[in-house]
Design a protein around this ligand. Structure first.
Ligand SMILES: Nc1ccccc1-c1cnco1
Length: 236
């Protein structure tokens, strides 16, 4: 999988050189390229924002630098201009976006080419999304109902959630199964040695060696946790 990121803070993504995703890059499983939007500005001051039409506080990101960046990315490898169907999946983190879930991560993990466009200021000129839809598919996506200063943190979270599902990235694929949200439920509690620690004991069933009872207890814990912490997941 190839992942491009467009941002005015490219150094923010240096962390993708380390840990699991860093190893995946080294192994050629993930081809992650970070682009500075200012490299596509059209003036010597490398301007990427301007005042909003209609007034209001803050600044809006200019459309032309974005179109130049997305054009370059959409044609960099393919050699010719992409069209909407054959082009990349353009993902713009946005508080006005659809909700990102584990199902979204699974869906995107099958894609060949993702492009994350990280907006700042009051957002990106809306016409950029219309233009991007002529050279690829476009999704505006929210991580949740809270306000961030820009798309970088959200993009990082989504890159990790998607990247770890790419075959080969996580050593033991079994560990991808028993996780929160993989089966629509929160995961069960985990314990390790010692069996008794500062007066806290591991639940006896986990020491029983009876796999059937352990599996039942874990399922009961998943359902109880989901019912008390995330009843919305049970409503679906
Ligand atoms: N608040 C934001 C501002 C800019 C870009 C993304 C977001 C966002 C994404 N998910 C929640 O918020």
């Amino acid at each position: 999988m190839r992942i491009d990121v467009v941002t005015i803070f490219p150094a923010f993504f240096d962390v993708l050189e380390v840990s699991l995703l860093g190893r995946a890059r080294g192994a050629g499983l993930l081809d992650i390229r970070v682009h500075d939007l200012r490299d596509h500005a059209t003036d010597r001051h490398r301007t990427v924002d301007d005042t909003p039409y209609g007034g209001g506080a803050g600044m809006v990101m200019k459309p032309e630098p974005w179109a130049l960046a997305l054009d370059e990315i959409a044609t960099l490898d393919e050699g010719e201009a992409a069209d909407a169907a054959s082009g990349p999946l353009f993902i713009f983190p946005s508080p006005a976006g659809e909700r990102f879930t584990q199902a979204t991560a699974r869906e995107w993990s099958a894609e060949q080419h993702l492009v994350f466009g990280c907006g700042r200021y009051e957002g990106i000129d809306e016409r950029v999304f219309a233009y991007a839809a002529t050279i690829g598919r476009v999704r505006l996506v929210s991580l949740g109902d809270y306000v961030l200063n820009g798309g970088e943190v959200a993009a990082m979270a989504m890159i990790e959630a998607v990247g770890r599902l790419v075959p080969g990235v996580v050593g033991n694929p079994d560990s991808l199964v028993e996780e929160s949200h993989e089966d629509g439920l929160l995961e069960y509690p985990s314990y390790t040695k010692p069996a008794s620690w500062r007066g806290y004991d591991v639940p006896g069933v986990l020491l029983s060696g009876h796999h059937g009872r352990v599996a039942q207890w874990r399922r009961e814990q998943q359902i109880e946790r989901t019912r008390t912490r995330r009843p919305d997941l049970l409503a679906d």
